[in-house]
Design a protein around this ligand. Sequence first.
Ligand code: GLN
Length: 228
Amino acid sequence: MGTYGDRGNARVLERRLAWRDLPGEVVEIAAGEPIPSTLDVYVIGGAEDVPQTLAAEGLGASGPAIEQALDGGSVMLAVCAGFQLLGTTYVRTDGKAVPGLGLVEAATVAGPHRRIGEVVVDTGRVGVGLLSGFENHAGITTLAPGTEPLGAVRTGSGNGDGRDGAYQDRRLVATYLHGPVLARNPALADLLLSWVTGPLPPLDDDMADRLRAERLGAAASRPRWRRS
Ligand code: GLN
């Protein structure tokens, strides 16, 4: 899955390695192909309900391979439908329940309206400052007690309860933010990479910083969603 340019997240990771003369290769897994347990970073993007349901059917068999990889030190970035699929279930607008992989204790139901627009998330103790992105989803996600969110929503909806995504230290980042989120927020890209490579030297992120500043400014006019 990779709607709204989410496949760009993989490209950002590959480029940020190359700019530091570190090797990296993007391996695309087509629908229906088995997912290897040997990759360092897994990136899964968003999708609308029908492709998401198809992906859930295909991904189910690969769940153990992904879990084995994460247990062995690999890391995961999941966006929107990808986040929902890592959870326990997604109940669609038409009432159909799509099972998730259960790698995150999070259950999603389609809400009464779509949440569309710019989002700002304060990552707090996760330590990568404010995240800029945009959302377009119906899902409202409830984290189980003890499951940590990625951050607190300052603008927009995220999970629907004032929080966005899920976070497992050195293992997994899930979010509702498209953008692609790693293009808008290079610090998050480097956090994920550093979990695999160790500390990384800084890059000149002037272009991305200017994009972030412009998008964070544009988001200021959109309120935080009421809980619903
Ligand atoms: N189908 C999901 C929803 O609407 C995910 C949408 C998306 O990935 N942008 O909640």
